[in-house]
Design a protein around this ligand. Sequence first.
Ligand SMILES: [Zn+2]
Ligand SMILES: [Zn+2]
Length: 282
Amino acid sequence: MLNKYDKIDMHIHSTASDGTFEPKNILEEIKFKNIKLFSLTDHDSYENVEKLKELVLEEDTHFIPGVEVSSLYKGELFHILAYGTNNSNKNFTNILMNNRRQLEEKDDNSIKYLIDKGYNIEYKDYESYIHNPQRGGWKALNFLIDNKMCEDVSDYFSRVFAGNVDMKSPVFENTVNVVDAIKGAGGIPVLAHPYYINIDVDADKRLGMLYELGIEGVECYHPNHSKERTEQCITWCKKNDIIITAGSDCHGNFIPSRKIGMMNVSVEQANLKNLIQYLQEP
Ligand SMILES: [Zn+2]
Ligand SMILES: [Zn+2]
């Protein structure tokens, strides 16, 4: 049984997306940090969920399966955390598949863009390049690093792809369809990091809009949120009586500052409501 002082971390990435940890590394950290409830939420992939589910069976911690689904609403990117979905649901898995294809295309287009800009790259070298997921990140990034055209992820965004890059953006599924598909697959849609970038829109407006689209919870605690933003999100969720979660958004050594359990939030500080139904008992 979970008790109210138990610590949670509901947002973690593995090698199935852009994190460096394998399921067993995640579990080691979870035990080391004494986290009693956690979720794996790779970008548009549940490839490692079953593996982790099995590993957790022997341990004194609870696990809820998850996926972080990319979505677009009125041109803006929203990440929706899907908890407890039935991953044999066709509609839901098709969305994930299409999103992954969009991510791969974005990678390919990035390299084509640099070739057009005069970078000395042979596209076929990129095509045959094999990305090692244990390094974290994505294929285009690691290809450029290995070819000494980019230092690291911050150089990738701040220099190589700085400013207005004239490139086709990925066409992720509409947020409305994502939310509906998660519910259709028996899961719960929770809005991830509403203030990943601290835009100047108040919580009423920002969370209200997503609430109308059907989200059932908000990741109020996230490393990118200021204390004020976190408080605003919590107040809003309490007023509307919806789920409150906390996540480190850990990517292993790919983003070293984000450590598993770093939000230090207990069951009591969050409000898990009907997420509890998916708990895998130890
Ligand atoms: Zn995200
Ligand atoms: Zn994430």
